[in-house]
Design a protein around this ligand. Sequence first.
Ligand SMILES: Cc1cc2nc3c(=O)[nH]c(=O)nc-3n(C[C@H](O)[C@H](O)[C@H](O)COP(=O)(O)O)c2cc1C
Length: 397
Amino acid sequence: MPTLLLGVTGGIAAFKSVEVASRLRKLGWEVHVVMTEAATRFVTPLTFQGVSRHPVHVDQWAAGSDSGIEHIDLARGIDCFLVAPATAHTIARLAHGLADDLLTMTALGVRAPMVLAPAMNPKMLDHPATQANLRLLEARGWTLVTPAVGEMACGDVGSGRLAEVEDLVAAVEATRLRDLVGKRVLVSAGGTREPLDPVRYLGNRSSGRMGYAIAEAAAARGATVTLVSTARLPAPAGIEVVPVETAQEMHDVILARYDGQDVVVMAAAVADYRPAERYGAKRKKTTEGWTVELVPNPDILYELGQRKQHQILVGFAAETGDPLEAAKGKLARKNADLIVANDVSVPGQGFEVETNRVQIVGPQGLVADWPLLSKREVGQRLWSLIAALPQFGAGPV
Ligand SMILES: Cc1cc2nc3c(=O)[nH]c(=O)nc-3n(C[C@H](O)[C@H](O)[C@H](O)COP(=O)(O)O)c2cc1C
């Protein structure tokens, strides 16, 4: 039986975690609860004791654990640590490694998957301090469950409401998913760089974060993952990273490895054109203009579509107009199975940010239309969609 440690902090939404605990218990989870002092002002420990059927932990000074060191016992042997709702205060403490109560002390001992569900006033959530803390936690491997948009208890409207119970339950269940074991997955990430000379290049604004999130989500679910990347982000644990620079290099690496893959996700922003001429030495500045002739790069997604056998092929369409129409056309032209479309002209989604809002198109049309989510969450949801495709079970011929 998997074990969940549920951390509850002092926000209005604490009552919703009672339902989360109850639902997860029905799904077969053993649930233990640790509350902050503030959380007990909103919901009594007795309520959580009732649904979890275990004593609830609050006081770091209370006697009663097996070893007498309760925070270590609580972190030991769990399969998931969920903090819901997570207040701005506790998010800050977790981000900075403070250990001034039982919940935060325990958090430092946890080595199991960690899920964080922030809930607070939109202004508190939007504050640079909270945002920086959330980015820190995400970089350290916490899965964030994006807060919902709506009217808050205080009357303000915006993003900050605790995510729906179903989303919290799904995020915990996702930490147990091993549905990609035995699958070989290749993901491309980042914007290609097309050199003009040894110091200058033509590039684009893709940071590679979307591709990294997709690769990490696949690895967490058991896939053997190759990440072909132009981005210089830290290499994720357990993933083979093949660094490349240009579209041609990316093309050569991906095509050479294509046959052995079950799924290829082309999240990289591959330059359509490259300079016709590449200078061997830095081109000197003159008073003249510089006209650069561009020639087309190989179309990697198109070639993968042409050579497709058993593989599932997923492409991205970063557009600045109507992304859905563009995605539908791209799916057919490239013989892809799914196209992930996003409008990169909208702030907060697409390039150089941690969040993305995507729509996904399959042969029958629109198959998913998700709200603004963290890229990590988009990656997780994308794999659930891919794993549900009829051709997913088929595997290599
Ligand atoms: C009525 C009330 C509601 C609150 N709701 C929230 C909330 O939703 N999110 C939040 O971050 N803080 C909220 N707070 C503030 C926290 O309770 C406060 O920062 C507290 O110190 C959090 O402690 P903890 O993180 O240890 O639980 C609320 C405070 C009050 C009095």
